[in-house]
Ligand binder design. Sequence first.
Ligand SMILES: [Zn+2]
Length: 113
Amino acid sequence: MNVVCSAIHVVLPTVGDGTIVGPFESHVESCVRCSSEADRYRSMHRELKGLEQLLDVAPRGLTRNVLTRLGPVAVADREPRRDNRIPVAAAAVVATAAAGTVVLLRLYRERAA
Ligand SMILES: [Zn+2]
């Protein structure tokens, strides 16, 4: 496994659907190991998307009931509002993708030099 393969294997979990774009796209298409790994991530992503249909709403008061049973050590977090979760998750995804891109570009430049 060379440096490019290693970098791609590190970044693949952060890509989401396993699709690498940019300067490493052609490597993933031509490298058997990276292509196989990307296929695994794409398959896992599809399976996880299928699980979205299995989501269920927690019973009202579940958090309070669980914390009551846990005793005085547990402290409830503030209830995160659903509309706050999406921007935070999107920001985390963008930050992770940006960091991964910087690492890949740095490795690519070092290899080209
Ligand atoms: Zn590779």
